[in-house]
Design a protein around this ligand. Structure first.
Ligand code: ZN
Length: 122
């Protein structure tokens, strides 16, 4: 099979992305069928994590009441304290630098921010 970079429009978010020769080879090497994906990586990932996004805490300050997450695509997103899901005991979960988290994105008047943030332990 001849591989070549293919421009695809994501079925979920409508974003255009390139299904690269490299990605096609990776599939082939894993013995998977090389088919053009319907969704971009971010949307595929969303399905993998039960409709949520996956990232890491960049830093979070309890005193300031906010911090930032690093998303899997490398971009950063604001996270207010109110966006962190409390434990069943009603407490803030441990939020440490580098902690893996699942979250959703909500558009606020100040821009997008992470909400429903929960530690992710795999
Ligand atoms: Zn998408």
């Amino acid at each position: 099979m001849n591989y070549r970079d293919t421009l695809v429009t994501c079925e979920s978010c409508g974003k255009k992305f390139v299904f690269t020769v490299e990605a096609q080879r990776r599939l082939a090497e894993r013995g998977a069928e090389v088919v053009i994906p319907d969704r971009c990586d971010a949307c595929t990932q969303r399905v993998e994590y039960g409709g949520r996004l996956h990232g890491r805490i960049k830093w979070f300050s309890l005193e300031k009441g906010y911090g930032f997450l690093v998303q899997d695509d490398g971009s950063e997103i604001f996270c207010h304290r109110s966006g962190i899901s409390l434990t069943p005991e009603g407490e803030l979960p441990p939020i440490e630098e580098g902690q893996e988290v699942l979250y959703e994105i909500s558009d606020s008047p100040k821009g997008p921010q992470a909400v429903g943030v929960e530690p992710y332990t795999g």
